[in-house]
Design a protein. Structure first.
Length: 343
């Protein structure tokens, strides 16, 4: 019975692996789902050979990665999955840079209701309205239809509109309702102009900062392990000389697609613009080291040199690829956001 259940589970995981597709998800999320399935099979003594892992990983990519897939398949030596992951991140970043950006800062959507003209005819005859031009003058000429029917097209552009009942054909002085104080006109649709503007989005990413003495977050929810109110008098001083108050101190469990990191003594500073990781505290607490390259960065275990995290650079910054990443319409910079803990 146990063997049958294990076999069924193994078949189900293999099916998930064979049908796994990147779709609209990011490379980091896709790679995280892929490695979870691979690790699960290895845990039940059904490890997948490296060449099959590579085949499954490449098969789930979209057509925009065809050039990269072709390049990998032409390699004579097997390429490690960590290297493939790095190439995928770089390719994804290149694709995002080549996509045209749409500026919604001045976007508007206008809606106008326009009244319709009613035409009526008597009898069952056909009618037509013809446009004739004679010696430079143009007019609308109505013709009688066959049978008893007749249709009239009247030009109402020169007819007056009542300011009391808003009906066409008379003025307010001639309106029947001009002395009726209880009269309310029909609620006809009014012309409207609607404006759609871009909504401000809060950046949930964490950015490594070699000049920060402490981890900083603007969102109290990021202290997801422990949060205590700060009762001290110390403040955070940023590059322009402004001092920002500290509201809470706590612990954060930072989850990424490939690893989780525990951040101690994280300061909740609501007025800080971005979540900042102190490179010194991070590497010291997690026993790791960071490497920064022009197009990507990585976090490695200090003792074994094993790759723990790999992510692309975006707009000159190095955001940690968490599950809550969002795409921003315009680049942002943390110039002058060097922080220090001062009295």
């Amino acid at each position: 019975m146990f063997t049958a259940q294990s076999r069924a589970r193994s078949m189900h995981i293999h099916y998930q692996l064979a049908t796994l597709c990147k779709g609209d998800s990011s490379v980091a999320d896709y790679y995280h789902r892929f490695t979870n399935l691979i690790d699960t099979l290895a845990a039940i003594d059904q490890p997948v050979p490296h060449h099959e892992q590579l085949s499954f990983l490449l098969a789930g990519l979209g057509s925009e990665f065809d050039s990269l897939v072709t390049s990998v398949k032409t390699q004579f030596q097997p390429v490690p999955l960590e290297d493939i992951y790095g190439h995928l991140l770089s390719h994804e970043l290149r694709l995002s840079h080549n996509q045209p950006s749409v500026d919604l800062s001045n976007a508007s959507a206008n809606f106008v209701n326009k009244g319709t003209s009613n035409q009526s005819g008597r009898g069952g005859g056909r009618s037509s309205s013809n446009f004739h031009s004679n010696r430079g003058r143009s007019n609308w000429n109505n013709q009688r239809g066959r049978g008893r029917g007749r249709s009239n097209f009247s030009n109402t552009s020169n007819r007056p509109v009542c300011q009391v009942c808003h009906k066409i054909g008379h003025v307010a002085l001639q309106c029947y309702h001009r002395f009726n104080n209880s009269y309310t006109m029909d609620n006809t649709p009014q012309m409207q102009a609607l404006l759609a503007t871009q909504q401000q989005v809060v950046d949930p990413n964490w950015y490594p900062d070699s000049g920060a003495t402490h981890h900083l977050t603007h969102d109290l929810a990021n202290l997801n392990v422990r949060a205590d109110e700060y009762s001290g008098s110390e403040q955070i001083r940023v590059g322009n000389g402004t001092s920002l108050p500290i509201k809470h101190v706590g612990t954060t469990q930072l989850s990424t697609p490939t690893h989780s990191f525990r951040l101690n003594n994280v300061l909740h500073v609501p007025d800080i613009s971005h979540n900042l990781l102190s490179v010194h505290k991070f590497t010291n607490d997690t026993n790791t080291f960071m490497e920064f390259h022009p197009s990507l960065f990585c976090v490695k275990d200090l003792a074994s040199r094993r790759l723990l995290l790999h992510g692309p650079s975006k707009h000159g910054l190095y955001p940690f690829p968490s599950h809550f990443n969002k795409v921003f319409s315009s680049p942002r910079a943390l110039v002058g956001e060097r922080t220090s803990l001062t009295n």
